[in-house]
Design a protein around this ligand. Structure first.
Ligand SMILES: *Cc1c(COP(=O)(O)O)cnc(C)c1O
Length: 364
């Protein structure tokens, strides 16, 4: 076979290797000494992962970034790396389930306490601060009723007191909400949602200054082995290529679906943040859990599942996390169903929801 220079691939290669080889002892020694600056072993750096890190850092307007094996890992490392025993955290009450678990059940065992605030007023943060407050944790909007925080004002308050800020920016992504520009120190995302975009991988992103990222990398990141492996990184690189067009499509179809359910007599109200898209929550006008069950089970095309951000629209009723005998129709949250508007035709999504609502009425 004649040897010719191989043309460069259009799609990035998956460098599926655990380790990298060195030709000289000097190069090997340098890599061992400074694992932040070169590929040595894929628990640290890997070319496929590095390409993804560059693209995600650029998207966020951040100096550097780490990609880890879940959004929860990103949250854990961002918080854990910034606090020590005796420190205090102020966090938003409506945070993601496992963030709540981390701050409520895990951190106190290490002497780190949290004060919860609703987060809608900057003064709440100011009042919750203590001499030992080290970190403010935000999630804007939160992912069930979509409460928002004044990110820039809270970031400025934290800066003035040398407190580090962390935000979960999964809902809007840096495409529609650039939290680093707003003054946040550490911006995280669950890449399992829009970045991956196809419901086929779980990953998390940590974006921050080079100083913060290098510190996390050299310590908690290498020590926990939390990094993403090359194939999963490649799936995210593929997802990133269509991120903007997917989000744009969802931004166009969400208002059509929201207008339809808002006008429907079975729906009391809808929670959607200002400029929101994709994920929204409907409150059903009913006293019976059975109605919600009937609605969800009558959908022909929209699956019931956790998560969001992929191709398929998804539905998740709150009642799945409430024991049936505790279902309280006086609490509107118990009557809530969260919907993710995916990439299908808006008309098809509306049709499926409309028919399921009709079925729900028919059996009443
Ligand atoms: C899904 C999600 C997470 C957790 O991410 P995983 O990738 O599932 O670990 C955290 N925060 C928000 C807002 C999420 O939607």
């Amino acid at each position: 076979m004649a040897r010719k220079k191989t043309p460069m691939p259009v799609a990035p290669p998956i460098v599926q290797t655990s380790n990298f080889r060195f030709e000289t002892v000097a190069e090997f020694e340098e890599a061992i000494t400074n694992e932040y600056s070169t590929c040595l072993y894929s628990r640290g750096r890997n070319p496929t992962v590095d390409l993804l890190r560059e693209q995600l850092a650029e998207l966020d307007g951040a100096e550097d970034c780490l990609v880890v094996n879940s959004g929860c890992t990103a949250i854990f490392l961002s918080v854990f790396s910034q606090v020590k025993a005796g420190d205090h955290i102020v966090a938003v009450r409506g945070v993601y389930t496992w963030t709540h678990h981390l701050l409520t059940n895990i951190m106190p065992a290490y002497g780190i306490t949290t004060t919860w605030v609703d987060g809608t007023q900057v003064q709440e943060f100011e009042q919750a601060l203590r001499a030992n407050t080290r970190l403010i944790y935000l999630e804007s909007p939160t992912s069930w009723v979509f409460e928002e925080q004044d990110i820039a004002a809270i970031a400025a308050l934290a800066r003035s007191k040398d407190i580090i800020t962390v935000i979960d920016n999964t809902y809007f992504t840096p495409v529609y909400q650039n939290t680093i520009k707003l003054g946040i120190d550490i911006s995280i995302q669950s890449a399992s949602k829009y970045i991956g975009g196809h419901s086929d991988t779980v990953a998390g992103v940590i974006c921050a200054s080079r100083l913060i990222i290098e510190k996390i990398y050299r310590s908690e990141f290498l020590s926990t082995g939390a990094g993403i492996m090359p194939f999963n990184a490649w799936l995210l690189l593929r997802g990133l290529r269509t991120l903007r067009v997917r989000l744009e499509r969802i931004r166009q179809s969400t208002p059509l679906v929201v207008d339809f359910v808002n006008a429907h007599p079975a729906i009391e109200k809808v929670f959607l943040p200002a400029g929101g898209f994709g994920l929204f929550t409907m409150i059903f006008k009913t006293g019976a859990r059975e109605d919600i069950v009937r609605f969800c089970e009558s959908l022909q095309h929209i699956p019931m599942a956790v998560s969001w951000g992929g191709y398929e629209s998804l539905v998740m009723p709150k009642c799945v996390s409430i024991p049936p005998h505790l279902f309280n129709p006086l609490d509107e949250i118990h009557r809530s169903v969260r919907l993710y508007v995916g990439l299908e035709d808006a008309a098809a999504i509306i049709d499926d929801i409309g028919r399921a609502l009709e079925k729900m009425y028919r059996y009443r």
